[in-house]
Every structure is written in C-alpha cells, then in structure tokens.
Design a protein around this ligand. Structure first.
Ligand SMILES: Cc1cc2nc3c(=O)[nH]c(=O)nc-3n(C[C@H](O)[C@H](O)[C@H](O)COP(=O)(O)O)c2cc1C
Length: 347
C-alpha cells in the first residue's frame, strides 16, 4: 500500500509543472476535437481532474460564447479554448474568451502572431502553442507562448510528419523554460510516464476521449473506434505534389478511397486543360468540407471523416471519462512500482 502511495507521489512530482500550469489535479489535457470537444466532454474531463479544451473550429464568436457559458455551468474547474489562428474573426474570439475569464487559450493551426499572443496574455489568460519542430518551439517561447504541445504523427486529425518518439527526443531536452505537453498515440499511463521522465510536463489525448461515454459523437462513430486497430488509422494520401494535401489521420473508409480517386480525376482534368490549377486544387480542398461533422454528428462513418489517432487500437469499450483518467493514472503508478521492483531485484 505504501509502495503505491510512494509511486503516486512520484507521479505527482513528475507532472507537477503541468498540473500547476493548468490548475488541474492531473496533467492530462483533452485535446480539442472539432464537433466532439463541446460542453459535455470538456466539463467531464475537467470534473474528472483533467483539463478539458473546447474546440472552437469554425464557430462564430456568438456560438463560442454560448458554448463557453454552457460549459461553465457544467464545471467550476478550469478548462481551455482552442482557437484556429487562421479563423477570420480570431481577434473577436479572443475577446469572447477573455470576457468570460477563460484561463488558457490554445492557439492552433499555424504560427500565431505576436500581437495575438500579447492580447491573450494582457487579457489575463495563458497562451499555449504547438511546436512541430525545435526551432519553432524556441521561437514561440521567445514570442511569449507560455506552454507548448508537441504532437506526433500518430495523432488523430491534422498531423505533421514526425512521430512523438522522435519529436520528444528533439524537443524535450532543449525546452525547459515552459511546460511541454506531449500528444499523439497515447493510450496508456505507462507511455505517458515515459515522456514525463524525459521532461514532459503532461500529456494531451484525443482519441481515447472521443470514444468516451460523455462524448456526443454518434454511436456509429464510437463503434467504428471499437472495431478499429492501430493500422486502420491512416493519413490521407497526396497523389501528386502539384496538388498539396495536408495529411489528416482517420479511419480508412470509402471517403478516403474516393478522395484518392478524386485527386486522380482533378489531376487528369488539369493536364487536359479542362480545369485551371486553382480550380483543380479547390475541388480537392472542398472534398472534405463538412466531412468531420458528417461522421461525428450524423454517424456517416463510410463517407465522413472519422478522425482518429493510432491509439484507436487501444479503445476497447466506451467508458466514462473519469474511468479513462483513473486507468491512465493507475497504469502510470503501476509502471513506477514495477520499475522500482526491477531496479532493486537481486541479480
Ligand atoms: C476527431 C478528432 C478531431 C480533432 N480536431 C482537432 C481540432 O479541431 N483542433 C486541434 O488542434 N486538434 C484536433 N485534433 C487533435 C487532438 O486535439 C489531439 O491533439 C490528438 O487527438 C492527440 O492524439 P491522439 O488522438 O492519438 O490521442 C483532433 C483529433 C481527433 C481524433
């Protein structure tokens, strides 16, 4: 028993910088997921001791305000808001967050400008950014970002090319002035522990929470998660470098296969002069419009975009958020205990 208490105290020491920064009991962030990270999931994560984050996505300032107020009615604990930097009304969205005393704003989807970071901080909120590489991470810290998320290519949704294993080695030893949270492919507490030991302040998970009981995702969406293995969570393909495609990781389905065909068609039409380059590129970009909503809300998991990380293979049942978080903590504590036993085993 006291061994377990000691192990829990070790875990709490390891992720203390993350807990202190977030104001949460455990340094586990619920990664913002468009359509999924709304009042129910966000409040459930914060109420369970983690840190929920609302995904603003393409919401209008009025819609975001409504969601913030509704979430605040469901939890007294802190939660954050994730804003996409290229949103045309970014400034107004920041105003809405500040007017409602949001404590943490995650600036996602590109490099935020210094003015936005300053506005967030001057307004009394903490500014969090994404670092896809060490140089950019350092630049963001110089610009005033107060914590970083490093997200490996194992993650669900829009991804970069580098795995968390490598990003962590490149970034964690060199950025010690601000807390760094790791994301991508995390499904167990022992894996989270290994990154804490490398210097991470905490972890961000998406896929596990998307399939939780409190997630409003359609039953079909959750069932698709339960059926899937890690290898089913694939990135969208780019057929030709002439028409760039931002990779998105999700479950392989008819929609993904059609996307490859559509690119072939657009390329052929451009080469034959039927479409200009811009028209062909637009037809490719428009393909996924509304596709995540179709999958998450309408339950169309065949042609919709079922964004999921490779950790989807570890989703075996739909469970309450509190249970998911408790299991992650137990696994981390258990791993610390087992390590102690291994280290002190007689040779
Ligand atoms: C369904 C889904 C939607 C997502 N939407 C967003 C988003 O709108 N903005 C964002 O910054 N990240 C988004 N992500 C990424 C998550 O915030 C998180 O970083 C990622 O899921 C972590 O990796 P994991 O899925 O392996 O746990 C999304 C992920 C999923 C699975």
């Amino acid at each position: 028993m006291s061994e377990t208490l000691n192990a829990r105290a070790t875990l709490d020491r390891l992720w203390k910088p993350g807990c202190d920064f977030l104001g949460s009991e455990v340094a586990i962030l619920g990664g913002a997921m468009s359509w999924v990270s709304e009042r129910h999931l966000v409040s459930a994560i914060s109420n369970a001791g983690g840190f929920g984050v609302i995904a603003c996505g393409a919401m209008s300032p009025e819609r975001l305000e409504e969601e913030i107020v509704a979430t605040q009615a469901m939890t007294k604990r802190p939660f954050g808001v994730n804003l996409i930097t290229m949103h045309p009304q970014l400034d107004r969205l920041v105003d809405v967050c500040l007017a409602h005393n949001i404590s943490h704003i995650v600036l996602a989807g590109g490099v935020p400008n210094s003015a936005t970071i300053r506005k967030v901080r001057d307004g009394g909120a903490r500014a969090i950014g994404f670092a896809p590489a060490l140089a950019l991470g350092k630049r963001l810290v110089r610009m005033g970002i107060e914590a970083l998320v490093i997200e490996g290519s194992e993650a669900g949704g829009h991804v970069g090319p580098v795995s968390l294993t490598v990003l962590a080695q490149e970034i964690l030893p060199h950025i010690r002035d601000v807390p760094v949270f790791v994301a991508g492919g995390l499904g167990r507490g022992d894996a989270i522990l290994s990154y804490l030991e490398q210097g991470a302040a905490g972890a961000q998970l998406g896929t596990l929470f998307a399939a939780s009981e409190e997630s409003i995702a359609h039953e079909n969406f959750k069932k698709a998660f339960l059926r899937a293995n890690a290898r089913d969570a694939v990135t969208t393909v780019q057929l030709d470098e002439l028409f760039p495609v931002i990779p998105v990781r999700g479950l392989s389905n008819e929609g993904g296969r059609n996307f490859a065909r559509l690119q072939g068609e657009a390329l052929r039409k451009f080469q034959s002069g039927e479409l200009t380059k811009e028209e062909a590129q637009l037809s490719i970009e428009h393909y996924w419009a509304g596709a995540l909503r179709r999958a998450v809300i309408d339950g169309d998991v065949e042609t919709g975009s079922v964004m999921a990380g490779q950790s989807v293979g570890m989703v075996k049942e739909v469970r309450p958020v509190a249970e998911i978080i408790a299991t992650l903590v137990e696994q981390a504590v258990d791993a610390i205990r087992q390590r102690e036993t291994r280290i002190h085993a007689p040779s």
